[in-house]
Design a protein around this ligand. Structure first.
Ligand SMILES: C[S@@+](CC[C@H](N)C(=O)[O-])C[C@H]1O[C@@H](n2cnc3c(N)ncnc32)[C@H](O)[C@@H]1O
Length: 268
């Protein structure tokens, strides 16, 4: 399906939604990341723009450093921002647009204290042991609330070996999405493929290989001479351009997707 409306049919193979690349605001730092993050940034911003406006209550589950906040502000939203993470990298507080609440918790132990307009799980559902760990999500959605999540396909294990070494384990193919979310009382209403053949080839042959070679050389040379620059990736400026080019070429080869961005709502 190409637009975020209507339930996804079980046997349907979803079409790419190229409109995501018209998203008006983005987490710009992610554009130089992996193709998965590049595509996710567009899909998330595109959907949030369509569904949210004005004052909101937003839960960033597994939100780590609260980078999503800059996106919400870019979309001219305000209200409450809750970040929940096993190891959060930001503190509670407030700024001109948002009251910020940070909760240190695992998905499994989280007990929401309020209702949300939107819950985001970006690049973190791969870590749940079981989807029952996030069954609380259904009951803390406001009446028109929704869940926005990114999930990688099962055949991406060789693409992100470091992630799996840290404990990532739960991957879903498109046919698994509707039944998995149905088990926790949610209905998938939008599925947006992320990445195509060119993005996947780029991740395999350039990002996963060249990136580490360049980083190793950088850390042993520039990094030693200028310690402040040690963790700066000299390739970053190129990645944004390569991601954009790969995404453009994926229109010719729209298959071998890396993952999906999905939207789910309460099933009842
Ligand atoms: C790859 S990071 C993604 C961070 C953020 N969502 C983003 O896209 O920038 C995954 C995050 O999930 C968190 N995480 C992993 N397992 C978790 C769990 N069981 N409960 C809560 N958070 C978890 C990690 O601490 C980490 O911050």
């Amino acid at each position: 399906m190409g637009s975020p409306s209507g339930p996804v049919q079980a046997a349907e193979r979803t079409k790419y939604c190229w409109d995501i690349f018209t998203a008006p605001a983005l987490r710009k730092t992610q554009l130089a990341g992996t193709p998965y993050r590049y595509w996710s940034s567009f899909a998330i911003a595109y959907f949030l723009k369509r569904r949210l406006s004005g004052r909101i209550d937003f839960l960033d589950a597994g939100g780590r450093d609260g980078g999503t906040l800059s996106l919400l502000k870019g979309l001219s939203l305000e209200g409450g921002y809750t970040l929940m993470d096993l190891e959060p990298k930001m503190a509670s507080g407030h700024d001109s647009n948002f009251e910020i609440e940070v909760i240190r918790s695992s998905f499994h132990d989280f007990k929401p204290q309020r209702q949300y307009d939107a819950i985001l799980f970006q690049s973190c559902l791969e870590y749940v042991e079981s989807y029952s760990d996030i069954a609380w999500a259904r009951d803390c959605l406001k009446p028109r609330g929704f869940i926005l999540a990114t999930v990688t396909c099962k055949n991406t294990r060789p693409l992100y070996t470091g992630v799996w070494a840290q404990g990532g384990r739960h991957l879903l193919d498109e046919r698994d999405l509707a039944p998995t979310f149905a088990e926790i009382g949610l209905r998938v209403v939008w599925v947006c493929p992320l990445g195509g053949a060119v993005s996947r080839a780029y991740q395999t042959w350039i990002y996963n290989w060249l990136n580490y070679v360049v980083l190793a050389i950088h850390q042993r040379t520039i990094g030693k001479l200028f310690p402040k620059l040690k963790n700066r990736n000299p390739m970053s400026p190129c990645y944004r351009l390569v991601n954009a080019t790969a995404a453009l070429l994926d229109r010719i080869l729209p298959f071998w997707r890396i993952g999906h961005c999905i939207v789910a709502e309460r099933a009842d």
